[in-house]
Design a protein around this ligand. Sequence first.
Ligand SMILES: [Zn+2]
Length: 317
Amino acid sequence: MNNIFKKQTNRLFIIYCISGFAYITLLLLLSIRALPGFFMQVLFLADAIIKSHSEISPIIFSDAFIKAFVSGGISMGLIFIAVRGISSSTKQLIITSKFLNSLKIKSKVNIVNLDVTDTSVFTAGMITPKVYISSKLKDSLTSEQLKAVLHHEFSHCKDHDPLRGFIVQLINNILPKFPFKNKLKDIYFTSVELKSDEHSKNILGKKRPIIEALYSILSNDFSMSMQPNLAHFSNMPERIPVLVGAKKFNFKLVTALSSFFLFALVSLPVLAYTAKFYNCEHIEDCIQIFVNNLQSNSSENLCSMHSMDTPTSCTSN
Ligand SMILES: [Zn+2]
C-alpha cells in the first residue's frame, strides 16, 4: 500500500547518512592535513618566545602562520563540536537504557506490558525493538483503538525507528549549526510518526481508530517527550490535522532548503582541503628537536628546511 511518508522518511534518512558519513570523512582528512602545520606554527612561536627571538611579530603576521591558524582552528573547532555531539548521544543512550531498566514490567512476550500509572506506549531497542505499553493505556482504549496503536508501534519495530532515530540524532549532534538544522530534524521525526500512522491506517482500512487513540493519549498527561532514543507518541499536534485531512504536511521546501545547506556544509571541508596549506611532513621530528632544545638549552633549528625569517613550508624534501 502506498505510504508517501515512508518514502519521505527513507529519503531523509539517506540524506542524513550520506551527509554525516561524508562530513566525518572530510573532517578527518582536513584535520590530518591542517593540524600538523598548525602545531608546527605553534612550535615555531613557542621556540621563538623561549629563545627570546626578537622576530616574533613576523612569525605571527606571516601568511603561513595565519593560514595554519585559521585552518587548524576551524578543524579543531569542528572536531570539538563532533566529539561533544558523540558524547551527548552516548549520554542519551545511557539515560534511555537506565529508563528502560527502571520500568516495572508486568509481562513480556512480544509486547512488554508495563505496570505504570501513565498512559505510555513506545517502541525501544536498537537491534530487536519491542513495543512497550502500559496497562493503563490498554484499559483506556477500545480494542480497535488498541489495534491501531499497536500497528503504529509495529511499524516502528519493522523499520527499526529507534536505531534510525539514534543515527539521525547522532549526526545532527555531530554537525555544526546550519540554517534549518533543527527544522530538518523535526521534519524527520514527524514523518516517522506520520509514516507509522499511515501504516496503521492502511492495515485497518480506516483512520478513525488511530485518530481516536491519538486524542485519548493527548488528553492524558503524557510525559514521555523527554525520553530520547524511543519511538514514542510525539508531535501529536502536527499529526492530527494531517490525519484528519485538514492540513497537508508540507515538507518539500524546507527539506530541499535544508538539504542544500547540509550539502553546502559538507563541501566546506572539501574547500578547506583543497586550499594551500602550510604543511609539516615530519612534525614528530620537529617536536623532538623542540623538546631537545628545551632540555639541553641548545638552539638547533626546529626544521632544517625552514628559514625563521620567512616561514613558508616545512617539508622534508
Ligand atoms: Zn510512533
